[in-house]
Write a protein that binds this ligand. Structure first.
Ligand code: UDP
Length: 336
């Protein structure tokens, strides 16, 4: 059986004060960025796409249909009425797998740290994520990046970048401690939903940290491109869903690498598997030593970093890896 020529993707139906979060997002949104990069790859491979859960997303209308449905019930209704032959679900908080029309093949990409519910052909985004869930075997496909959306910038400026949710498990505090230790600055871009945590950073490291707020478009691109490194110091503390945080996919690592910006990361979750060739590892916690200073001095060269990113996480290659999963779904294979 062949893969159908149109694939239906479901984005997490999230709403902010500005409306439905789109694909790609206008700010914070790792799942939406990973979808956009994969969609770019599927389009290159000649597929047509339907995007649910993200009305208002802008794509070429002749290749990508974006119906105005976002609420979970609307999506379920759309699926029942249109019976798409293949559904690829990124909603993560959904139970769409239990309510599929007869004849719709289904898989989902899981980007959380909790165990996915039911048996629904899950694709995990790192081996570390799969291991942390004690799932014996399932496809593992890392997050893609489309290098055409990211520009190589060989001339770096003297700052570290934190890009993401300002939260304990993402290690913003430790990134500030590292910047202070290295005698550089930290620019923090991203939403803050834990004001006490942010205040602690201001109190302890106010002299080295600048908060840029949530960034998008040109401001986002410039910050990523020009940073000396992106600090991805994820910590093994309680995450948003209760479990000890085990970094599942870390979209920012591939994004930064595509700009030639190396990563300074901890060994949390998927990070040690992403780092070879594109960055260095430092310990968890906020105490750093002379050894860490020396480690950071060995950051790889920007052109090499981008080349590794393209080779390892390039969007067309990752989309091709998904084709094997789609084939399995279409012939009726089932796994957790
Ligand atoms: N991001 C953004 N603007 C911001 C902060 C974050 O565009 O101000 C994006 C960032 O580029 C990445 C995503 O939000 O694509 C965060 O994803 P990641 O997987 O790194 O973190 P998580 O989803 O676990 O919070």
């Amino acid at each position: 059986m062949n893969i159908p020529e149109r694939i239906c993707l479901i984005a997490p139906p999230f709403k902010t004060a500005h409306g439905w979060v789109r694909v790609p997002p206008d700010g914070y949104g790792g799942i939406q960025w990973s979808m956009a990069n994969l969609m770019d790859g599927l389009l290159v491979l000649g597929f047509r796409l339907t995007l649910l859960g993200a009305p208002g997303s802008t794509w070429p209308a002749d290749r990508v249909e974006v119906p105005p449905v976002a609420e979970a019930e609307e999506i379920a209704g759309w699926l029942a009425d249109n019976r798409p032959p293949l559904v690829h679900d990124f909603a993560n908080f959904s139970d769409f797998h239990d309510h599929l029309p007869h004849g719709s093949a289904y898989c989902r990409t899981w980007q959380l740290t909790s165990v996915p519910p039911g048996c629904a052909n899950t694709v995990y985004v790192s081996r570390a994520q799969l291991r942390s869930m004690a799932v014996p075997e399932a496809p593992v496909i890392p997050l893609p990046v489309n290098p055409n959306r990211y520009r190589l910038c060989p001339d770096k400026e003297d700052y570290l970048l934190f890009l993401g949710r300002i939260s304990a498990w993402k290690g913003t505090y430790e990134a500030a401690a590292l910047a202070e230790h290295l005698g550089t600055r930290l620019i923090v871009a991203g939403p803050s939903w834990e004001p006490d945590y942010k205040q602690r950073i201001v109190t302890d490291f106010g002299g080295v940290v600048t908060f840029a707020g949530e960034v998008a478009d040109h401001a986002r691109a410039q910050l990523i491109e020009r940073a000396m490194a992106i600090a991805v110091l994820s910590q093994p503390v309680a995450g948003p869903w209760g479990q000890t945080w085990c970094e599942p996919g870390a979209a920012v690592v591939a994004e930064a690498a595509a700009c030639g910006t190396p990563a300074i990361a901890t060994d949390n979750g998927c990070l040690p598997s992403l780092i070879p060739g594109i960055g260095v590892l430092v310990p968890t916690g906020s105490r750093f030593t002379r050894l860490d200073t020396l480690t950071v001095e060995r950051l790889p060269d920007p052109a090499q970093v981008r080349a590794v990113a393209v080779e390892r996480w390039g969007y067309v290659g990752i989309a091709s890896q998904y084709l094997a999963v789609y084939r399995d779904c279409v012939v009726g294979r089932r796994w957790k």
